[in-house]
Write a protein that binds this ligand. Sequence first.
Ligand code: PLZ
Length: 476
Amino acid sequence: MSSTEAPSVSAPHGGPTLPQERRVVTAIPGPRSQELLARKSAAVAAGVGVAVPIAVVAAGGGVVVDADGNSLIDLGSGIAVTSVGNAHPAVVAAVTQQVQAFTHTCFTITAYDGYIAVAEALNRLTPGDHEKRTALFNSGAEAVENAVKIARKHTGRQAVVVFDHAYHGRTNLTMALTAKNQPYKNGFGPFAPEVYRVPMSYPFRDGGLSGPEAAARAILQIEKQVGAENTAAILIEPIQGEGGFVVPAPGFLRALSEWATANGVVFIADEVQTGFARTGAMFASEHEGIVPDIVTTAKGMAGGLPLSAVTGRADVMDSAHVGGLGGTYGGNPIACAAALAAIDAFEHDGLVERAAEIGTIVLDALHEAQARDPRIGDVRGRGAMIAMELVDPTTGEPDAALTGRVVRYATEHGVIALTAGTYGNVLRFLPPLAIDDDLLREGLSIVLDGLAAHAPDAPPAEPVSTQSATTAAVAS
Ligand code: PLZ
C-alpha cells in the first residue's frame, strides 16, 4: 500500500494529510527500502552515510512514511529543519507560486522582494532592537564562514575562539571550528588557521562549575593563549547541537558576551540548530538575555528548503565592502518564499509556545525514566531540543554502544531518533513542532522501551510485530 492510498487524516499543525500514526507493516528496512539502499551503495559516495535505513516517500506533521508503507514517528525533523512540519501547506503553496514566477536571478545580479523581506524579518526577530543588516546564504556552514569573514573585516583581527564540543559545519573553515574529529574531520586536514578552542560550560561533566566560573576559565585561556587584541570573534552555540545538547550553566553566555563587548570582540551566536522557536523562544540567546553582535541561522527557517543567514549589528555587517559577500544561490527566491511562509507560521501559529509544551512533555517522560534507570546520567535541553546522556551507572563513563542499540531498536519499531555528543552517548529529541501529543508520547515510550529492552536483566528480545504497532490515527 502506498502512503497516498492511506486514509486521509489532517495533521493538527499543518503538513500534508498523512495519518498521524506509527505503522510498522514490514521489517524496517523493508524490501523496497533495502532495494533503494543497495542502489545508494552503488551510486553514492561511501562518505555520505544514511543513519535511518528507509526510503522516504512522504512526510508531514509528526510522521515519515517509507516506500514499504511503514509510518515512522519523527523525533528528528531532519536534524531540526522541518520544525513547522514537513511539506507544511503554506510552505508548499509559497514555493509553488514562486517556482512558477521565477526560479533564480542571482540576487547579486538582479534583486527581488523575497530576499529583502527575509532580511527584514530576521532583522526584526533576532535578539536586540538595534539597527541590523542581513546577508543570505545556502547552508549553515556557509553562514558561519561568512560571519567569521565579516568579524575579521570589522575588527582587523584574525583569531576566532570556539569551544569544546562545538559543531559549526563541514567546510574547511567550519571543520576547523568544529571540535569532534570522528566523523567530521578525520583525514580531511590541513584545517584553517587562527582557530582557538577553549573549555565549554558543561554542567554534567565539568564538576559543577557555575556559569561565571566556567566563563572566567575560558576568558583566562583566551587572554593568555590568544590575546584579546588578536581576537576577531567568539563563536558559540547557545545550546550545543551536535555536541550533545549541552546547555551551559546560567551566566556563562552573558559573561562571555560582556567580555567580548568590553574587548572589541564580535560575539557570534550560532543559532543554526537552536533558532526559530526550537528551544521554546524564537532564539535560544533570549533564554540568557544576551544580544549577540551576529546571529547565524539556517535549518528551521525555511521549512526544509536550503537557506541560511547572517544577521548582525549594522556597523559590523556593513564593514564588508560592496561585492565582498555573495554567491550564486544565496537567498534563492524559492528558498526565500518558503522562509517567509515558515516564518509566518512561527510567528502566528503559536510554535514558540508549542516548542515549550513539547519540552515539558519530553522532560517529564525522561525525568520519570531517569528516576528508575541510573543509566540515564543526565537529562537536559530546552523546548523541543531535549536529550539524555547514557552512561555506565557504576563508573559514569559514556555508553555509546547502548545509545546505538536504543536507536536501532527505535528504528525497527517505527521511531526516528538521533544520537549526538562528543562521546556518542547522547540520545536527542528534535520533533517537528507540528507533532501531536499522543504521537510524541508514543515515540518517547518506544525509545524508553528500547532502553529497558537493553537493561542487563532484560528478557530476550521478541521479534517486532508488524501488526500491533499500528496505532489509531489521532484525529482532532
Ligand atoms: N552550526 C550549530 O547544528 C548543522 C549537521 C549534520 P549545515 N548541524 C547538523 C551533519 O552531520 O552534517 C549545523 C549546526 C550548527 C552549523 C551547522 C552547519 O549547517 O547547513 O549542515 O552546513
